[in-house]
Ligand binder design. Structure first.
Ligand code: ADP
Ligand code: MG
Length: 235
């Protein structure tokens, strides 16, 4: 479904991605793990069109998406839930969810998807009229995922969904990621520093170090890999 081949990207003169190659097949949950500064966010930004790559190719459903604007990439079904969640803090929960559906042309299915989001996260329904900026961190992350789902993604990209959350909420977020994939069949790419959660929840994963994808495997393979265990799992 998605394929990135030898992608390089930079901020000014600072090279952030050197050789990133990865693919995501339809129906998969794939995670991208790596230390802070490794290039996870940059990789997602290249895919969603926020940054143009210096080199390399990115294709989605067989077509190059390099050079498309972010809204065009969102329109073809790649929805990016950014680090920091990308919510409108002065708008209500409901309004944020509606904004998530802004680019959709299949307006008839929007109310169905709203019900799905509310079934995943009943607290969002209870707080429908509350301003997003006044939600707790966990609720904001739920809203960010919900807003992403309202865009009817073929590929949902989540950047650090566990960041700043208490362990119980981290579990809940990853359980929900698996549930979305199972119930909706949504393909998901997750960038995540919490390697344990990312690897136990994903079908496959990539390890990124200093802007290079250095390892690939099933979640299980990487959980058992010596280097991954030492560098990312602390065992
Ligand atoms: N807006 C930016 N301007 C300049 N450098 C950046 C910017 N964002 C990230 N970088 C740099 O790019 C590299 C990769 O960062 P990033 O993709 O955010 O890593 P990760 O998400 O894995 O923590 C780091 O060296 C980081 O300092
Ligand atoms: Mg990041």
């Amino acid at each position: 479904m998605l394929k990135a081949d030898n992608v390089s990207a930079a901020y000014g003169k600072a090279l952030a991605l050197k050789e990133v190659s990865l693919k995501v097949e339809k129906g998969e949950i794939v995670s991208l793990i790596g230390a802070n500064g490794a290039g996870k966010t940059t990789a997602l930004r290249v895919i969603s069109g926020m940054i143009r790559p210096l080199k390399g190719e990115v294709t989605f459903e067989g077509k190059s998406i390099v050079g498309l604007e972010p809204y065009q990439i969102a329109s073809i079904g790649i929805i990016h839930v950014p680090e920091g969640r990308g919510l409108f803090p002065e708008m209500t929960v409901r309004e944020n969810l509606e904004m998530g559906a802004f680019l959709r042309t299949d307006k008839d299915s929007i109310s169905e998807d709203l019900e799905f989001v509310y079934s995943l996260f009943p607290v969002l329904k209870e707080r429908e009229k509350q301003l997003a900026g006044t939600l707790s961190g966990g609720e904001q992350q739920m809203l960010a995922i919900g807003k992403g789902l309202m865009g009817n993604p073929k590929l949902l990209m989540l950047d650090e969904p566990s960041l700043g959350l208490a362990p119980m909420l981290v579990d809940k977020i990853f359980e929900t990621i698996v549930q979305i994939n199972k119930e909706k069949g949504t393909t998901i790419l997750v960038a995540e520093q919490n390697a344990y959660m990312a690897l136990t929840s994903a079908h496959r994963a990539y390890v990124i170090e200093n802007g290079v994808t250095v390892m690939e495997g099933t979640g299980e393979e990487l959980l058992g890999n010596e280097h991954v265990r030492k560098a990312y799992l602390g065992i």
